[in-house]
Design a protein around this ligand. Structure first.
Ligand SMILES: C[S@@+](CC[C@H](N)C(=O)[O-])C[C@H]1O[C@@H](n2cnc3c(N)ncnc32)[C@H](O)[C@@H]1O
Length: 243
Protein backbone atom coordinates (compact mmCIF):
# COMPACT_ATOMS: atom_id res chain seq x y z
CA UNK A 1 0.00 0.00 0.00
CA UNK A 2 2.93 2.32 0.70
CA UNK A 3 4.23 2.09 -2.87
CA UNK A 4 0.77 2.61 -4.31
CA UNK A 5 0.12 5.65 -2.07
CA UNK A 6 3.43 7.32 -2.95
CA UNK A 7 2.90 6.66 -6.66
CA UNK A 8 -0.68 7.96 -6.61
CA UNK A 9 0.31 11.15 -4.79
CA UNK A 10 3.16 11.71 -7.25
CA UNK A 11 0.82 11.10 -10.19
CA UNK A 12 -1.65 13.65 -8.81
CA UNK A 13 1.15 16.09 -7.95
CA UNK A 14 0.08 16.23 -4.30
CA UNK A 15 2.48 16.89 -1.44
CA UNK A 16 0.69 15.75 1.73
CA UNK A 17 -0.40 18.69 3.85
CA UNK A 18 0.35 18.58 7.57
CA UNK A 19 -2.26 21.26 8.22
CA UNK A 20 -4.94 19.07 6.62
CA UNK A 21 -3.78 16.04 8.62
CA UNK A 22 -2.93 14.12 5.46
CA UNK A 23 -1.36 10.91 6.75
CA UNK A 24 -2.61 8.23 4.40
CA UNK A 25 -3.26 4.67 5.58
CA UNK A 26 -0.70 2.21 4.24
CA UNK A 27 -1.38 -0.71 6.58
CA UNK A 28 -4.14 -3.06 5.27
CA UNK A 29 -4.79 -4.26 8.85
CA UNK A 30 -6.25 -0.83 9.62
CA UNK A 31 -8.75 -1.24 6.77
CA UNK A 32 -9.57 -4.74 8.02
CA UNK A 33 -10.24 -3.40 11.50
CA UNK A 34 -12.59 -0.70 10.18
CA UNK A 35 -14.47 -3.30 8.14
CA UNK A 36 -14.76 -5.64 11.12
CA UNK A 37 -16.53 -2.90 13.10
CA UNK A 38 -18.81 -1.49 10.39
CA UNK A 39 -22.18 -3.26 10.14
CA UNK A 40 -22.75 -4.26 6.52
CA UNK A 41 -25.63 -3.04 4.36
CA UNK A 42 -25.81 0.42 5.98
CA UNK A 43 -25.42 3.97 4.75
CA UNK A 44 -22.00 5.12 5.97
CA UNK A 45 -20.44 8.57 6.12
CA UNK A 46 -16.68 8.58 5.76
CA UNK A 47 -14.93 11.71 6.98
CA UNK A 48 -11.66 12.58 5.20
CA UNK A 49 -11.70 9.97 2.44
CA UNK A 50 -8.25 10.92 1.07
CA UNK A 51 -7.21 8.61 -1.75
CA UNK A 52 -10.10 6.25 -1.03
CA UNK A 53 -8.07 3.56 0.77
CA UNK A 54 -11.03 2.86 3.05
CA UNK A 55 -13.78 4.18 0.78
CA UNK A 56 -13.42 1.52 -1.91
CA UNK A 57 -13.52 -1.59 0.36
CA UNK A 58 -16.23 0.03 2.50
CA UNK A 59 -18.43 0.59 -0.56
CA UNK A 60 -18.42 -3.15 -1.24
CA UNK A 61 -20.09 -4.00 2.08
CA UNK A 62 -22.30 -0.92 2.49
CA UNK A 63 -25.58 0.22 1.02
CA UNK A 64 -23.95 3.55 0.25
CA UNK A 65 -20.84 5.48 1.30
CA UNK A 66 -20.95 9.26 1.54
CA UNK A 67 -17.27 10.17 1.26
CA UNK A 68 -16.45 13.67 2.54
CA UNK A 69 -13.13 15.22 1.55
CA UNK A 70 -12.08 18.85 2.00
CA UNK A 71 -9.02 18.86 -0.28
CA UNK A 72 -10.39 19.58 -3.75
CA UNK A 73 -7.53 17.78 -5.49
CA UNK A 74 -8.26 14.56 -3.59
CA UNK A 75 -11.99 15.07 -3.88
CA UNK A 76 -11.85 15.42 -7.66
CA UNK A 77 -9.68 12.31 -7.82
CA UNK A 78 -12.23 10.38 -5.72
CA UNK A 79 -15.01 11.54 -8.05
CA UNK A 80 -13.01 10.40 -11.08
CA UNK A 81 -12.97 6.84 -9.67
CA UNK A 82 -16.75 6.58 -10.19
CA UNK A 83 -17.00 4.01 -7.41
CA UNK A 84 -20.28 2.17 -7.23
CA UNK A 85 -22.39 3.04 -4.12
CA UNK A 86 -20.19 6.07 -3.37
CA UNK A 87 -21.32 9.68 -3.24
CA UNK A 88 -18.32 12.01 -3.03
CA UNK A 89 -18.90 15.30 -1.23
CA UNK A 90 -16.23 18.00 -1.52
CA UNK A 91 -16.41 20.04 1.67
CA UNK A 92 -15.51 20.60 5.29
CA UNK A 93 -16.93 17.88 7.55
CA UNK A 94 -17.19 20.45 10.35
CA UNK A 95 -19.76 22.35 8.31
CA UNK A 96 -21.82 19.48 6.95
CA UNK A 97 -24.75 17.56 8.41
CA UNK A 98 -23.56 14.13 9.51
CA UNK A 99 -26.78 12.13 9.26
CA UNK A 100 -26.25 8.43 8.57
CA UNK A 101 -26.49 5.32 10.77
CA UNK A 102 -22.71 4.83 10.68
CA UNK A 103 -19.93 7.43 10.66
CA UNK A 104 -16.29 6.43 10.19
CA UNK A 105 -12.95 7.97 9.41
CA UNK A 106 -9.27 8.26 9.97
CA UNK A 107 -9.73 11.75 11.30
CA UNK A 108 -7.35 14.57 10.48
CA UNK A 109 -5.67 15.36 13.80
CA UNK A 110 -6.24 19.09 13.44
CA UNK A 111 -10.03 18.79 13.54
CA UNK A 112 -10.63 15.68 15.64
CA UNK A 113 -11.57 17.62 18.81
CA UNK A 114 -14.20 19.90 17.21
CA UNK A 115 -15.45 17.08 14.99
CA UNK A 116 -16.03 14.75 17.95
CA UNK A 117 -17.73 17.57 19.87
CA UNK A 118 -19.99 18.07 16.82
CA UNK A 119 -20.80 14.35 16.65
CA UNK A 120 -21.62 14.25 20.37
CA UNK A 121 -24.06 17.13 20.05
CA UNK A 122 -25.61 16.71 16.62
CA UNK A 123 -26.21 14.37 13.72
CA UNK A 124 -28.36 11.28 13.51
CA UNK A 125 -25.92 8.37 13.77
CA UNK A 126 -25.81 5.17 15.83
CA UNK A 127 -22.28 3.87 15.51
CA UNK A 128 -18.94 5.60 14.97
CA UNK A 129 -15.59 3.98 14.18
CA UNK A 130 -12.69 6.42 14.23
CA UNK A 131 -8.96 6.39 14.03
CA UNK A 132 -7.57 9.15 16.23
CA UNK A 133 -4.35 10.32 17.76
CA UNK A 134 -3.82 7.84 20.62
CA UNK A 135 -4.05 10.54 23.32
CA UNK A 136 -7.33 11.85 21.92
CA UNK A 137 -8.83 8.34 21.77
CA UNK A 138 -7.82 7.70 25.37
CA UNK A 139 -9.21 11.04 26.49
CA UNK A 140 -12.67 9.75 25.53
CA UNK A 141 -12.59 7.08 28.25
CA UNK A 142 -10.49 8.87 30.89
CA UNK A 143 -11.29 8.76 34.61
CA UNK A 144 -12.24 11.94 36.50
CA UNK A 145 -9.23 13.53 38.20
CA UNK A 146 -6.71 12.41 35.57
CA UNK A 147 -4.96 14.86 33.26
CA UNK A 148 -6.67 13.26 30.24
CA UNK A 149 -10.13 13.92 31.72
CA UNK A 150 -11.95 16.88 30.19
CA UNK A 151 -14.79 18.21 28.06
CA UNK A 152 -14.48 15.49 25.41
CA UNK A 153 -14.56 12.77 28.09
CA UNK A 154 -17.73 14.14 29.63
CA UNK A 155 -19.45 14.54 26.26
CA UNK A 156 -18.38 11.05 25.14
CA UNK A 157 -19.53 9.47 28.37
CA UNK A 158 -23.00 11.05 28.26
CA UNK A 159 -23.49 10.58 24.52
CA UNK A 160 -22.04 7.18 23.93
CA UNK A 161 -20.58 3.93 25.02
CA UNK A 162 -16.95 4.27 24.00
CA UNK A 163 -14.53 1.38 23.52
CA UNK A 164 -10.87 1.56 22.58
CA UNK A 165 -9.48 -0.51 19.71
CA UNK A 166 -5.94 -1.30 18.59
CA UNK A 167 -2.98 1.09 18.67
CA UNK A 168 -1.17 1.77 15.36
CA UNK A 169 2.37 3.02 14.97
CA UNK A 170 3.60 5.79 12.64
CA UNK A 171 4.75 3.24 10.02
CA UNK A 172 1.07 2.47 9.31
CA UNK A 173 0.75 5.85 7.57
CA UNK A 174 2.41 7.89 4.85
CA UNK A 175 3.89 10.28 5.67
CA UNK A 176 4.63 8.93 9.17
CA UNK A 177 2.96 11.05 11.86
CA UNK A 178 4.94 11.96 14.99
CA UNK A 179 2.32 10.33 17.21
CA UNK A 180 0.67 6.96 17.77
CA UNK A 181 -2.88 6.36 16.57
CA UNK A 182 -5.70 4.38 18.11
CA UNK A 183 -9.12 3.18 17.02
CA UNK A 184 -12.16 4.07 19.06
CA UNK A 185 -15.66 2.66 18.66
CA UNK A 186 -18.66 4.70 19.75
CA UNK A 187 -22.22 3.47 20.22
CA UNK A 188 -24.59 6.38 20.58
CA UNK A 189 -26.98 6.58 23.53
CA UNK A 190 -28.27 10.12 22.93
CA UNK A 191 -27.29 13.53 21.59
CA UNK A 192 -26.03 15.96 24.20
CA UNK A 193 -27.36 19.56 24.03
CA UNK A 194 -24.96 22.04 22.44
CA UNK A 195 -25.52 24.42 25.37
CA UNK A 196 -24.17 21.76 27.73
CA UNK A 197 -21.07 21.42 25.54
CA UNK A 198 -20.59 25.20 25.80
CA UNK A 199 -21.06 25.00 29.58
CA UNK A 200 -18.32 22.34 29.70
CA UNK A 201 -15.98 24.51 27.62
CA UNK A 202 -16.55 27.23 30.21
CA UNK A 203 -15.93 25.05 33.29
CA UNK A 204 -12.95 23.11 31.90
CA UNK A 205 -11.19 26.35 30.94
CA UNK A 206 -10.60 26.51 34.72
CA UNK A 207 -10.18 22.78 35.31
CA UNK A 208 -7.84 23.03 38.30
CA UNK A 209 -9.93 25.50 40.27
CA UNK A 210 -12.57 24.72 42.92
CA UNK A 211 -15.89 23.80 41.33
CA UNK A 212 -17.84 25.99 43.79
CA UNK A 213 -15.97 29.03 42.40
CA UNK A 214 -16.03 28.05 38.72
CA UNK A 215 -19.55 26.68 38.18
CA UNK A 216 -21.34 29.92 39.21
CA UNK A 217 -19.24 31.83 36.67
CA UNK A 218 -20.57 29.40 34.04
CA UNK A 219 -24.20 29.68 35.14
CA UNK A 220 -24.58 26.69 37.51
CA UNK A 221 -24.02 25.93 41.20
CA UNK A 222 -21.82 23.55 43.17
CA UNK A 223 -21.39 22.89 46.87
CA UNK A 224 -18.34 20.92 47.85
CA UNK A 225 -14.58 21.13 47.81
CA UNK A 226 -13.86 19.24 44.54
CA UNK A 227 -11.87 20.76 41.73
CA UNK A 228 -13.50 20.94 38.29
CA UNK A 229 -11.34 18.11 36.90
CA UNK A 230 -12.60 15.80 39.68
CA UNK A 231 -16.32 16.12 38.88
CA UNK A 232 -17.75 13.01 37.18
CA UNK A 233 -19.88 13.41 34.02
CA UNK A 234 -23.21 12.75 35.82
CA UNK A 235 -22.49 15.44 38.45
CA UNK A 236 -21.70 18.02 35.78
CA UNK A 237 -24.88 17.06 33.94
CA UNK A 238 -26.99 17.36 37.11
CA UNK A 239 -25.44 20.72 38.01
CA UNK A 240 -26.24 21.97 34.51
CA UNK A 241 -29.81 20.66 34.56
CA UNK A 242 -30.50 22.25 37.95
CA UNK A 243 -29.00 25.62 37.02
C1 LIG B 1 -5.64 11.08 8.06
S1 LIG B 1 -6.10 11.44 6.39
C2 LIG B 1 -6.99 9.96 6.01
C3 LIG B 1 -7.14 9.70 4.54
C4 LIG B 1 -7.72 8.34 4.16
N1 LIG B 1 -9.03 8.14 4.77
C5 LIG B 1 -6.80 7.22 4.57
O1 LIG B 1 -7.09 6.55 5.58
O2 LIG B 1 -5.79 7.06 3.92
C6 LIG B 1 -7.35 12.67 6.68
C7 LIG B 1 -8.07 13.18 5.43
O3 LIG B 1 -9.03 14.17 5.85
C8 LIG B 1 -9.03 15.25 4.93
N2 LIG B 1 -9.52 16.44 5.67
C9 LIG B 1 -8.81 17.34 6.40
N3 LIG B 1 -9.64 18.24 6.97
C10 LIG B 1 -10.90 17.91 6.58
C11 LIG B 1 -12.19 18.46 6.84
N4 LIG B 1 -12.32 19.54 7.61
N5 LIG B 1 -13.27 17.86 6.29
C12 LIG B 1 -13.14 16.77 5.51
N6 LIG B 1 -11.95 16.19 5.23
C13 LIG B 1 -10.84 16.74 5.75
C14 LIG B 1 -7.58 15.35 4.47
O4 LIG B 1 -7.46 16.03 3.25
C15 LIG B 1 -7.20 13.85 4.40
O5 LIG B 1 -7.50 13.34 3.14
Amino acid sequence: MLKWTKAKLAELGIRPSKKMGQNFTVNPKIIEFFLSEVPSGEVVIEIGAGLGALTAPLSKVSKKVIAIEKDLRLCNYLKSLNLENVEVVCGDALELELDAPVVVGSLPYSISGPLLAKLFTEGRWNKGVFLLQKEVAERLVAEPGTKEYGRLTVLASLCCEARLGPVWGPESFYPKPEVLSRHVILIKKRSVPKEFSEFLACVFSQRNKKARKVLPSCGARWEGEERVRELPPESLWEAWEER
